[in-house]
Design a protein. Structure first.
Length: 83
């Protein structure tokens, strides 16, 4: 079928900080492991929300195989790692 454009909602990072800070406060208050896990996941989510994961600078790119070529190779030859 036809691919739809993703729906994105721009939100200031301060909103994320507030939510993660609230979870941290709840953890400090309760000491519950489940709340600590949520706080740690929130910190990880914030990191990935802020940091660029892809590069567009040619000097920062390396490798000779595209992701598509890699998957074709895995489909044809299996996933054994042999550098």
């Amino acid at each position: 079928g036809e691919r739809k454009a993703p729906w994105l909602l721009p939100v200031p990072i301060g909103v994320f900080d507030t939510i993660v800070g609230g979870i941290k406060w709840a953890y400090d208050l309760t000491g519950a492991d489940s709340v600590k896990d949520a706080w740690e996941l929130g910190q990880i989510g914030r990191y990935y929300a802020v940091e660029d994961m892809l590069t567009t600078e040619p000097a920062e790119k390396y490798g000779a195989m595209s992701l598509l070529e890699h998957y074709k190779n895995v489909a044809e030859n299996g996933q054994e790692y042999d550098p």
